[in-house]
Design a protein around this ligand. Structure first.
Ligand SMILES: Nc1ncnc2c1ncn2[C@@H]1O[C@H](COP(=O)(O)OP(=O)(O)OP(=O)(O)O)[C@@H](O)[C@H]1O
Length: 264
């Protein structure tokens, strides 16, 4: 590990499904303490790129590095243990456990190293206190004893964020965290992500379609289109670029504008 290495980086990263390159030769870096929004039209490869970074999919080409260390050959569980945390669109909840138990298990797994049953029992109160603090942060303290399965959709997403926070990952990946949430619930999640970012010690990657969310949170935007990285930079620059206007925002250029852009 080198101190100057980016927190996370992909180089020439790609995967093919049959003849189709879902992610194609993506090279970029994510600096520690920054929030990067990954955007692009439906089918652009955003989720597949996330899967390659977090280890749910094995790359057909290229590398992934965490703090300079090549983790390309590690599986998802090994990458989680190294500090890559990801919200999984509700698939990582235990529906038949209470809200509190869901978070306590996450806190416990973080402390797993060197734990024996007696020590675990002694520290149970401490684990519960930490789990409660996470629930407090996401506004779910009052529902701590409810079964996870019984929560409305928005609260399940909040619980998922609480679990993620309990794991204390270095890299935090959110795939459309506000999807399916009501208008009232969206600000709660955004505030959570904002607070997480304000701590300054997390590297946050966010796949998001809502432009206002991106504008209010992102330090940087990476644009994928047909699996390829087509723009990467400050939000104001990226959103103004012709390729994003056309490919992502659907703004069509006249032939004259195209010629002008080609000669720019
Ligand atoms: N397991 C798979 N097998 C075959 N093709 C796949 C697989 N996963 C993704 N794809 C294809 O790869 C491309 C990229 O899909 P991906 O879900 O990553 O896009 P996305 O940018 O996340 O889209 P959305 O915004 O709709 O979620 C699509 O053409 C998709 O059909």
């Amino acid at each position: 590990m080198t101190t100057s290495a980016p927190a996370l980086a992909s180089r020439g990263l790609g995967i093919r499904f049959g003849g189709h390159a879902a992610v194609d030769d993506v090279t970029t870096e994510f600096a520690a303490g920054t929030l990067t929004a990954i955007v692009g039209p439906n089918g652009a490869g955003k989720t597949t790129y996330f899967n390659l970074l977090s280890g749910q999919l094995r790359a057909s080409a290229g590398t992934v590095r965490l703090n300079g260390e090549d983790i390309t050959r590690l599986n998802a569980a090994q990458r989680t243990a190294r500090g890559i945390g990801r919200a999984f669109q509700l698939t990582n909840l235990f529906p038949r456990l209470s809200v509190l138990e869901n978070v306590r298990l996450a806190v416990q797994s973080r402390h797993r190293a060197g734990f024996n049953m007696l020590a675990m029992w002694r520290q149970r109160a401490d684990l519960i206190a930490q789990a409660e603090a996470c629930l407090e942060e996401v506004g779910l303290a009052a529902r701590r004893d409810d079964l996870a399965a019984k929560l409305p959709h928005g609260d399940k997403r909040k619980l998922e964020v609480a679990i993620l926070m309990a794991l204390e990952p270095q890299i935090v990946m959110f795939d459309e965290p506000t999807a399916g949430m009501s208008v009232d619930e969206v600000p709660v999640i955004l505030e959570l992500i904002r607070r997480l970012k304000a701590r300054g010690d997390k590297t946050i990657l966010l796949v998001e379609h809502k432009m206002d969310v991106i504008h209010s949170l992102a330090d940087r935007i990476v644009v994928l289109h047909n699996g390829r990285l087509v723009a990467d930079g400050l939000p104001v620059e990226v959103m103004a670029s012709a390729i994003v206007q056309e490919a992502y925002l659907g703004v069509r250029r006249t032939p004259a504008q195209r010629r002008e852009a080609a000669h720019a």
